[in-house]
Design a protein around this ligand. Structure first.
Ligand code: ADP
Ligand code: ZN
Length: 223
């Protein structure tokens, strides 16, 4: 399967993508995680992205598109991948179409994760992340066994700088302005699958897997 996960910050794109990755070993490409890795490694790309991310603005397309397209060129993405956090602008979406066409690939579905605004604010404020392996946790839904320590790798678990309330509002504003229009863009092509992600991961996974099967999108026993 080749899908895009769309949704506001905190809608659960990363959680759903991680669950599908665990279950079916489909490549999970998170632009946010790619940026955070680059920032941690202090690469030139990380240095370019840092200020935008800490303000809650989008990193310019000129930086973002190349980074994601490079990742999509890796062998593990040749047939199956999930994009989480990309595209976020119409220019990114256009570029993605052209890039995939060069290798005879196309997006098969765009999953729009729906969550009411109140829940988004609550989820983001409770979200924690491992600085070493990027695993996500929540203070209420899936807390770490030991406070501040990653269950998977023992790394340090913290609140992302841009998950603090000052920055969240600006990220939400950016989402409505720049990313929301992508819904219409993909809806016009019949690609949108709407999934309610306000009831927890299990019901979301059941709805999503049904919708993917309905559309004959390959994901189980994929090779
Ligand atoms: P969330 O999904 O919770 O908003 P992400 O980890 O996807 O968080 O993104 C964190 C930040 O990284 C964004 O606020 C933005 O600054 C930057 N970013 C991620 N993806 C993109 C993208 N496709 N285009 C531009 N900036 C991006
Ligand atoms: Zn970890």
């Amino acid at each position: 399967m080749r899908i895009i996960l769309l949704g506001a910050p905190g809608a659960g794109k990363g959680t759903v993508a991680s669950a599908l990755h665990e279950k079916y070993n489909i490549a999970h490409i998170s632009s946010g995680d790619l940026f955070r890795e680059n920032i941690k490694m202090e690469t030139p790309l990380g240095k370019q992205a840092y200020d935008y991310i800490s303000r809650g603005d989008l990193v310019p397309d000129s930086v973002t598109i190349g980074m994601v397209e490079e990742r999509l060129s890796a062998p593990d993405c040749s047939k199956h991948f999930m994009l989480d956090g990309f595209p976020r602008t119409l220019a990114q979406a256009d570029s993605l179409d052209r890039f995939l066409a060069e290798s005879n690939r196309e997006i098969e579905a765009v999953v729009s994760l729906l969550v009411p605004d109140e829940l988004i604010m609550k989820r983001i404020s409770e979200r924690r992340v491992c600085v070493s392996c990027a695993a996500g946790f929540s203070l209420t839904f899936n807390p770490t066994r030991v406070e501040g320590v990653c269950d998977h790798c023992g790394g340090q678990v913290i609140q992302r700088e841009d998950d603090k309330p000052e920055t969240v509002l600006s990220r939400l504003r950016t989402y409505y302005e720049k990313t929301r229009p992508l819904e219409e863009y993909y809806r016009a092509r019949g690609l949108i699958i709407e999934i309610d992600n306000s009831k927890g991961l299990q019901p979301t996974m059941i709805d999503l897997e049904c919708a993917l099967r309905d559309r004959d999108i390959e994901f189980e026993g994929k090779s």
